[in-house]
Design a protein around this ligand. Structure first.
Ligand code: NAD
Length: 494
């Protein structure tokens, strides 16, 4: 039996099952999405034209989806002033219970438009529709629902203290979870009574602009939420605007550092959610089949464009060969391709620049002597795609094992003892996430407690919930989003 099993494992899945595992295309229709040829900004409760534009494209086809305005410092100034007026107006005087109603309304509108938002997210960002439909959009709604419940209970967030809003918050988000990151930023800030200026990522502005329409439909007073499109210079203008009281930034460590320097001494509050190089640690007593699913979910979810991805796999030496064989076998069933196809597991890389960055880091791993295994099968001819990949035989010091790759590329390292696993897992400048797999609860808790990482998953990976705080240590940033902790950066405590 054991012999049969292992010879079955060594047989490529395609040869084993033939056509049984080939699926007919099952594309989600994009008719539900009505794209405008051009998007401006959303300032003071109205859509503005904006001047100069940039293009947002579908990374799976390279088709231009729309022209999008590039916000100038004047646009940012108008948005910040509108936010200040809203803070001094009815919004600032509104009770928490009334504010909560607006959040509930936005949450319900996201749910009502879930299918449309999912298609739009996959079109603009390249992520599989299965993920935008089942993860991004439901979680975005869940964040609004969750924080709606806090709006009239803020006194319990910091017991014994008087709390109020910080003021005008400038919020800057990346392209990997566009609507979800917007929800992580907007929902807690609104629950606490702040007003906002959000800057979406230049590659993925479309769901934020649709959210602006839903916010208008929810009758949120003008100026409470403003959205200014643009790239780094627009973000920089927002960071440096003297009328902003707080900056919340999610993005790369390099830009995070730059922002920290830019606002030093200004008195602005700051939270930074930055990059990561998460370790996924598999002990020999772990449930191996589940762990293999966890490895796949840890690194291939959202093409690996995940700050908390489990991009470093640490496997106990005694089970290395078994885990690798099962992982390679599992990878053969991953379908890479059209993000709108409901059978797709791995969609498009978000941009040409990101694809080139992944290719460069993978080339450095090959040059350093690593053995590279990649998913078999054809890739689409157009668009930006990269095969799910695994490196073995690399030293921990290799560039690809150290730097955040932000793509579907896993590096495998081994360890012998729990102490060695902990030492290797923490040996990174980052500290965002980790996963631990073991049959023993005591070992899970011991190793989790020793991780210098903001989020540690036990026998699972990449699970998110609005009630659970998320954030980093070291070069992964500071401050928490989600849960009660996620309210604190948006509250002035007296
Ligand atoms: P990025 O830092 O290049 O851009 C992020 C955002 O910052 C974009 O909106 C961009 O326009 C803006 N920006 C760029 N330069 C700026 C400047 N000088 N001043 C102000 N704003 C500026 O990052 P990215 O490539 O869009 O996103 C990927 C990074 O985000 C990865 O490193 C990833 O780990 C990180 N990320 C972290 C989390 C987290 O919660 N820790 C979540 C998602 C993504």
């Amino acid at each position: 039996m054991a012999t049969n099993e292992s010879s079955t494992l060594r047989t490529p899945r395609r040869l084993l099952f033939g056509d049984l595992w080939t699926y007919a295309p099952a594309p989600e229709s994009r008719d539900i999405v009505r794209l405008q040829p051009r998007y401006g900004h959303f300032i003071d409760g109205a859509f503005t034209e904006g001047g100069e534009t940039m293009q947002t494209i579908n990374p799976a086809t390279e088709e231009v989806l729309a022209e999008v305005a590039v916000g100038t410092s004047e646009d940012v100034d108008r948005a910040v002033k509108a936010a200040r007026r809203a803070l001094d107006g009815p919004w600032g005087r509104m009770s928490g219970a009334e504010r909560g109603k607006f959040l509930y309304r936005i949450a319900r509108l996201i749910q009502e438009h879930a299918r449309e938002l999912a298609v739009l997210e996959s079109l603009d960002g390249g992520k599989p529709i299965r993920e935008s439909r089942d993860i991004d959009i439901p979680l975005a709604a869940a964040h609004f629902f969750y924080y709606a419940g806090w709006a009239d209970k803020l006194g319990y967030a910091v017991p014994g203290a008087q709390v109020g809003p910080v003021g005008v918050a400038g919020q800057i988000i990346p392209w990997n979870f566009p609507l979800l990151m917007a929800a992580w930023k907007l929902a807690p800030a609104l629950a606490c009574g702040n007003t906002l200026v959000l800057k979406p990522a230049e590659n993925t502005p479309l769901t934020a602009m649709r959210l602006a329409e839903l916010i208008l439909e929810a009758d949120l007073p003008p100026g409470v939420v403003n959205i200014v499109n643009g790239a780094g210079a627009t973000g920089s203008a927002l960071v440096e605007h003297p009328g902003v009281n707080k900056i919340a930034f999610t993005g790369s460590t390099a830009v995070g550092r730059h922002i920290q320097r830019a606002i030093a001494g200004s008195g602005k509050k700051l939270t930074l959610e930055l990059g990561g190089k998460g370790a996924n640690i598999i002990f020999e007593d772990a449930p191996i089949d589940q762990a293999v699913e966890g490895i796949v979910a840890g690194i291939f979810f959202n093409q690996g464009h995940v700050c908390c991805a489990g991009s470093r796999l640490l496997v106990q030496e005694s089970i290395h060969d078994e885990v690798m064989e099962k992982l390679r076998w599992r990878m053969q069933s991953l379908r890479v391709g059209d993000p709108l196809d409901k059978n797709t597991d791995v969609g498009a890389i978000n941009s040409r620049e990101q694809l080139e960055r992944i290719q460069t880091l993978v080339a450095s791993g090959v040059e350093a002597g690593g053995q590279l295994y990649q998913c078999p099968g054809d890739l689409p001819e157009k668009g930006f795609f990269f095969r799910p990949s695994v490196f073995t035989g690399l030293a921990q010091s290799a560039r690809v094992a150290q730097e955040e790759i932000f793509g579907p590329v896993l590096t495998v390292l081994t360890f012998r003892t729990p102490e060695e696993a902990i030492e290797r897992a923490n040996n990174t400048p980052y500290g965002l996430s980790a996963g631990v797999w073991s049959d023993k609860g005591s070992r899970l808790f011991m190793v989790a407690g020793a991780m210098r990482a903001g989020v540690v998953w036990g026998n699972t990976f990449n699970r998110f919930d609005p009630t659970s705080p998320f954030g980093g240590y070291k070069e992964s940033g500071f401050g928490r989003e989600g849960g009660r902790h996620g309210l604190l950066p948006y509250l002035e405590v007296r």
